[in-house]
Every structure is written in C-alpha cells, then in structure tokens.
Design a binder for this molecule. Sequence first.
Ligand code: UT7
Length: 327
Amino acid sequence: MIRSRIVGTGQCLPEKILTNHDLEKMMDTSDEWIRQRTGIGQRHLAAPGQGASDLGAPAAREALENAGIEPGEVDFIVCCTTTPDYLFPATACLIQDKIGAKQAAAFDVSAACSAFVYGLATADAFIRCGMYKTVLVVGAEVLTNRLNWKRRDTAVLFGDGAGAVVLRAEEDTGHGVLTTYLGANGAHSEILTVPSGGSVKPFDESPDDEERVAIYMKGPELFRQAVAAFSLAAEKALEGTGVSVDDLDLFVPHQANTRIIYSASDRVGLDRGKVYVNIERVGNTTAASIPLALDDAMKEGRIKTGSHVLLAAFGAGLTWASALVRW
Ligand code: UT7
C-alpha cells in the first residue's frame, strides 16, 4: 500500500507588519478588543502588486529545500487560495513557473479557509491511486486588499502569507496522511462572501463596488457554526483509526479565532497545551493558515517523527475539513 508522507514544509510572510495599535489609528477599535475577541496582535501586509503567487513560490521553494527535493521532481502543484493573482490562469500555474517545476501539472482549489485541507486530501488521493509521487500543496493569500478598511468587524481579522508542504509517495510504514474528511453546506454561503467580482456581479468600478469586492461576514453566526464544524471535523478524522484524542501530540487548527479554537478543542476533550496557535503573530490567513502554522510548529520542534498531528479547518462555503497525520 502507498501512503503520502509530508517530507517538507515552508512559508513566506510579507515584510510589512500592521499591529493592532496601527489599526487603532485607522478605525474605532482597540488592541484590547482585538486580542480578547480574536487572539490577534498583528498581521503581515503584502506590498502593492504582490500577489498570492509571489508569496506561494518562496514558501514552496523552502518546503522543497527542507525536503531535499528539486523543483523538477514535482509532479503536481495544488494551490489553495481565495485570493488568486487573477480570475484565471490558476495561481498554481504561476507558482509552477516561478519555482521552475517544469514537469508539474497545476491547479487551484477554492474552499476558503478549508482549502488547504481540501488540497491535502486531493494530493493524498492522487498519490495513493499511484498517479503522482511528489506533490506540492501551497496555501497562499493576499487578503488585505479584499478588506474594506472602514469595516472594523472584518478589517482587524485577516492577514497575508503563504505556507507549503511537500508530499511524497512511500510504501506504507504507518507514517503519513492516515485520514482526511471533507464537508460542505452551500445553504449558508451568504454568511461569509465577497459578493462582487464574479460572474453574478462582475466588478463595474462603481463606488458601490468598492464595498462589494470586500469580504462580507456575519461574524457571530459564523462563530457558532465554526465551533460545531471544528469539533465534528476533529472527531471524524480520528474515526476508525485507533488513534484517540489522548494519543494526539498536536492539534493544528485553522487560525480563525482563539475563542473558536479553544471552544472546539475543549469540546473534543483535547488538552489546550497540545493546541498550536500562532494567530497572535499572523492573524487569519485563510487557506495559508494551517501550512503556516505547521511550518512554525516544525521550526519550534513541536512535531517529530511519529507525532500524531490533527488538522482541522472551517470556512466560507460553508466548508469544513480535517486530516490525521502520523509524522
Ligand atoms: O476564517 C473563516 C472563519 N471565520 C470565522 O469563523 C470568524 C467567526 N467570527 C468571529 O471570530 C467573531 O464573531 C468576531 C471576532 C468576528 C467578532 O466577535 P464577536 O464576539 O462575535 O463580536 P460581535 O460581532 O458580536 O460584536 C460585539 C461588539 C459589537 O458592538 P455592540 O453592538 O455590542 O455595541 C460590535 O460592533 O463589538 C463591536 N465590534 C468591535 N469593537 C471594537 C466589532 N468589531 C469590533 C472591533 N473593535 N474591531
């Protein structure tokens, strides 16, 4: 049996940092409110003209270097993003060119904050069916140019960045991606959306469109859905694996809000010391959040060979997703 194993991780954050105190000067908010309600202290901001592929490519390169794999060995690139460089071509194609992965097929996955785990599940399926041996899964976002800076309910939440993992096919030794679980409910699509710029309401440069091309969110409703979906996704990933909550070494959730993360981990009975949180430094980076957190956790030595790592995400769509990995 073939399994896919994560053999390298990497990340890229833009240089510019916007702190909560900077935001206090821009809108009616406070560092205290943002920290208490979300856990966020700062976020990174892409430079004008810097696209998701400009962050995704260095993250992919670092993941390949850490894995000791040449770009030419990559068979397939999945880019997970809600903020692609263009409507088309796919951002994955731009990353393919930037890193020189000439042999790789490439496409994007759109599942908002759950996209990285959707992408991981896609890559894992391609590897286990024998189609590809080496796959890059990149989460890359430039969300700060999708914000209405007059709206404090969303402007304080999101940040830019990219994270990447390299998956490699291996004969099964019990290590690698053990399970993936994906879910969706399109009936609640309106509670987190960018209403304009797609085929229903193309961007028309009217003053109203400035509002509609920005992220619109019904925060409290999403909060309730998120806690339930996170808990369900976490339980589903463990189902039938023989791995219990107590066996987990690290939970790496989508970094949406520390209150959501800890409510969900308390619900599934997970010790808070095993929950990885980096939202204070980077904010909510949507599809980039889990690979960024994974790379931080690797660099801090929180993940070792044999560690059981649970990933879980929730986001627009609605979508939710989880994966259990034995490192
Ligand atoms: O990654 C995708 C998934 N994302 C999520 O799951 C996000 C889910 N939602 C959330 O994380 C939270 O709902 C938020 C952090 C967005 C908001 O926190 P909340 O505790 O749900 O606050 P709220 O929306 O109920 O607002 C409470 C108060 C309101 O004032 P009043 O009406 O009580 O006077 C808001 O106007 O806080 C006010 N408020 C703010 N105050 C200072 C909202 N945003 C801000 C702000 N600074 N930035």
